[in-house]
Design a protein around this ligand. Structure first.
Ligand SMILES: Cc1cc2nc3c(=O)[nH]c(=O)nc-3n(C[C@H](O)[C@H](O)[C@H](O)COP(=O)(O)OP(=O)(O)OC[C@H]3O[C@@H](n4cnc5c(N)ncnc54)[C@H](O)[C@@H]3O)c2cc1C
Length: 321
């Protein structure tokens, strides 16, 4: 009898039996025409060269019809891209129908200098700032400027004194790399929101469980402002791994498994990247998340495809339908 049982277990389960008794993957949402589509925002970085500027503007023009809630432009480490960030944001105001948000950091500048930049944004018609502490250029431990805003919450308060800016701030589902504890990090986020920020945009993450757990912790801490997940479609896996190590973002083993063998096969890598990001956003959508911030890296295609999967269609085509 035992030998018969052993033989039976060695035989692979029939498809029907696997379907009836095997592990289940919960259903992902199937967007329909009646379902409300999520709100999106896109992040760009200011270009260094004319070629990169052309690439950025091609990216902006491709994503513009998706009518994002806002598009944001980063500020290089230590304010190193101040003029380029300003020029890009000013051009967004004058040449597009998009609502721009300018990133602004405190590191290495006096309050007066930061206030001046903020005032010039207001005068250019910019009404939304992503307020950040920033990092020391080239690494090294952070020391507040003696006459500067020490932390992002101080900057938020300063901006609110200057003008009626909408202010977004950063959040870290897996903790900021230098945070003394998860609780200290949560308290820091709460200080930024209490100082007048109305939204937190998270650092990117790959493991949705970490983000959803973070939402629970925010809720328990009394945070009610929207926490918008930052989504980074991975176009270069090995670079993403290196960057994630520095920024304290975990890369699940399954991702390594999915990208393994695609190092010299850009086309397959892009398809895998699209699947990974699409699955990530659809699982978040299934958990009730209805707002997403995309780190586009100034490349539109993956972001555009994932937005499409989320049910977002070009505004003109949608209006005509
Ligand atoms: C969505 C997003 C956009 C970003 N854009 C840019 C950009 O454009 N340019 C750029 O240079 N960087 C950018 N960054 C990176 C960011 O500047 C760094 O992560 C920086 O190290 C922290 O900035 P913060 O605003 O989160 O800092 P803070 O909120 O000030 O926190 C930084 C650290 O200090 C701790 N802290 C806060 N307040 C205090 C206090 N009073 N005393 C002691 N410790 C405290 C916090 O717990 C945390 O560990 C971005 C990050 C995100 C998530």
């Amino acid at each position: 009898m035992n030998s018969i049982r052993n033989e039976m277990t060695a035989v692979p389960q029939a498809t029907l039996e696997r379907w009836l008794t095997g592990p289940r993957v919960s259903a992902l949402p199937a967007p329909s025409r009646d379902q409300s589509v999520p709100a999106l925002s896109f992040e760009f970085f200011p270009p260094k060269t004319e070629v990169l500027e052309t690439q950025l503007w091609a990216c902006i023009r491709r994503l513009e019809p998706l009518a994002p809630r806002f598009v944001s432009v980063t500020y290089g480490a230590g304010g190193s891209t101040q003029a380029r960030t300003h020029d890009t944001v000013a051009r967004l105001v004058t040449e597009t129908a998009l609502t721009p948000a300018a990133h602004l950091t405190c590191v290495g500048s006096t309050r007066a200098e930061v206030d001046e930049v903020a005032r010039s944004y207001w005068q250019s018609g910019v009404r939304h700032i992503v307020a950040l502490r920033g990092d020391v250029p080239g690494g090294g431990s952070y020391e507040p400027h003696p006459d500067g805003y020490a932390y992002a919450n101080d900057l938020v308060a300063g901006l609110r004194r200057i003008a009626d800016f909408e202010v977004s701030v950063a959040a870290y589902p897996e903790g900021h790399p230098t945070a003394t504890s998860p609780l200290a990090d949560l308290e820091s986020l709460k200080r930024k929101l209490d100082a007048g920020a109305t939204r937190a945009i998270t650092n990117y993450f790959f493991d949705n469980a970490n983000f959803l757990r973070f939402l629970d912790l925010c809720l328990a801490a009394g945070i009610t402002a929207p926490i918008v997940p930052g989504i980074m479609p991975v176009s270069n896996y090995s670079q993403a791994v290196k960057f994630s190590q520095i920024s304290g973002v975990s890369v699940p083993a399954w991702m390594g498994h999915l990208f393994a063998g695609t190092e010299n096969d850009a086309e397959t890598r892009r398809m895998v990247a699209a699947v990974v990001a699409a699955e990530q956003v659809r699982q978040l959508q299934a958990n009730g998340i209805d707002e997403f911030h995309f780190y586009t890296l100034n490349r539109p295609d993956l972001t555009y495809a994932i937005a499409h999967i989320l049910g977002v269609r070009p505004k003109v085509a949608q209006d005509a339908a």
